[in-house]
Design a protein around this ligand. Structure first.
Ligand SMILES: [Zn+2]
Length: 141
């Protein structure tokens, strides 16, 4: 959802907690022309609050694809599962990089569903990761 009504102070805290990385696709805000958003993990539409515990730092792409979704089908089983929650779950438990660090692979049903729903391996992500990798700025540490 949009980051309107989020104070600069709160936004900065959310960004700092995330080390300036999208909490879904791990892309760095630092090298993005478009400003990152504060995603409402539980959407405002479903009474999610604009508070530190319900916000995730998200690139415009992940934020837009997530929109008001909280569940999505696991592409392997077609079963609907919750999307990855950066506040209560660990990225490395649900995702891993491909051997060349260009693709994000879902390790669990939640990971697979989130990669697909948020389109975390779209062409622009791939091109950006290749550039950052060549510049020694990817994968993030
Ligand atoms: Zn992202």
């Amino acid at each position: 959802m949009s980051s309107e009504h989020i104070s600069d102070h709160l936004r900065q805290r959310v960004k700092d907690r995330a080390n300036g990385l999208c909490e879904y696709c791990q892309s760095p805000d630092k090298y993005s022309i478009a400003s990152f958003h504060c995603d409402h993990i539980m959407p405002k539409k479903e009474s999610g609050k604009t508070e530190f515990a319900n916000l995730a730092f998200a690139c415009p792409s992940c934020n837009t694809h997530k929109y008001t979704k909280t569940v999505a089908p696991d592409p392997q089983t077609r079963e609907k599962v919750p999307l990855f929650n950066p506040r209560s779950q660990n990225w490395k438990e649900h995702f891993q990089w491909s051997n060349d660090f260009i693709l994000i692979l879902g390790k669990t049903s939640i990971g697979r569903a989130t990669v697909k729903a948020l389109n975390m391996n779209k062409d622009k992500h791939i091109e950006s990761r290749k550039l950052l990798k060549n510049a020694g700025k990817h994968p993030p540490t």
